[in-house]
Write a protein that binds this ligand. Structure first.
Ligand SMILES: Nc1ncnc2c1ncn2[C@@H]1O[C@H](COP(=O)(O)OP(=O)(O)O)[C@@H](O)[C@H]1O
Ligand SMILES: [Mg+2]
Length: 256
């Protein structure tokens, strides 16, 4: 690293502000000092400076997308223990390539509570953001509320269009609470709008073929039909990781 490089000439600084090139402007003093000292080709200087701007913008975009995705916990693959999951490692690996999102295929993860369904799907969703994709995270309740807020049909359509801008739409925890007509309708609308265009990932404590036991039958049947047509179905099993951690005394910080 250089000792503090000379500041940019005022006029250049003004131009860079006017052109809204914040990342280039920030990197410029260092880059120019290095370029001078190492006699870079002018084209190289331009390339490095514009590269800084592109990198800066891309990571700002990812930051914004991470925020608007509305993730529940922030859990990623860095805290995921692949070998402790009942999901076969080959399946985990295939899904984490995210190629299924490129093909607008769906993912349904079903199994008992505490078996890592939400953590796994959130890790995939974070990876999707890192891969420059957009994600929307919902529970069935938050999806119902989001669509319920849009009262008239035109604004419902707008809301759905906005949700379907995301390459991956997650609906977490279906079946934990009974779902009424509103929830079934909201879920149907999104699954129908995303059908063969966008990926939907759902987690549930019940198999999707049993969704008609927790929501109105006609809507459930139509929804599951579209959801499962191009879907990877992953079943988790075993005991709750939550309960195991609690019983091992790892659920809380010991009180002092
Ligand atoms: N394979 C795993 N590696 C790391 N943590 C796990 C794993 N499976 C489950 N957990 C942890 O166990 C808890 C319950 O997992 P969660 O994904 O919420 O379960 P589910 O959604 O199936 O009810 C969470 O704290 C989660 O981070
Ligand atoms: Mg869960």
């Amino acid at each position: 690293m250089n000792p503090t490089p000379p500041a940019l000439p005022a006029e250049l600084d003004t131009l860079l502000r006017r052109m809204r090139l914040p990342y280039l402007r920030k990197a410029a003093p260092d880059v120019l000092a290095t370029a001078r000292a190492q006699r870079w080709d002018p084209a190289e200087v331009l390339r490095v400076l514009l590269g800084e701007e592109v990198t800066g913008r891309d990571s700002a975009t990812r930051r914004t997308r991470r925020k608007t995705a509305n993730f529940p916990t922030g859990k990623t693959f860095s805290s995921w223990r692949a070998e402790d999951s009942s999901i076969p490692e080959a399946t985990q690996n295939a899904l984490s390539t995210l190629e299924w999102i490129g093909r607008a295929e769906n993912l349904a993860v079903a199994g008992p509570s505490g078996t890592g369904k939400s953590h796994f799907v959130e890790a995939l969703a974070h990876a999707a953001i890192e891969a420059d994709l957009r994600v929307a995270w919902f529970t069935l309740e938050s999806l119902t509320a989001t669509i319920g807020k849009a009262k008239v049909d035109a604004s419902i359509a707008r809301t759905i269009t906005k949700i379907c801008r995301c390459e991956l739409i997650v609906v977490d925890d279906i079946g934990m609470l009974p779902a009424g007509q509103d929830a079934a309708e909201a879920f149907y609308r999104v699954v129908d709008a995303a059908y063969e265009r966008r990926s939907i990932a759902v987690t549930s404590n019940i198999h999707p073929s049993g969704f008609d036991t927790i929501m109105p039958k006609t809507l459930a049947t139509a929804t599951v039909d579209r959801l499962l047509h191009h879907a990877h179905l992953v079943l988790t099993k075993g005991d709750s990781h939550r309960l195991a951690e609690a019983l091992a005394g790892k659920g809380v910080m010991p009180l002092s």
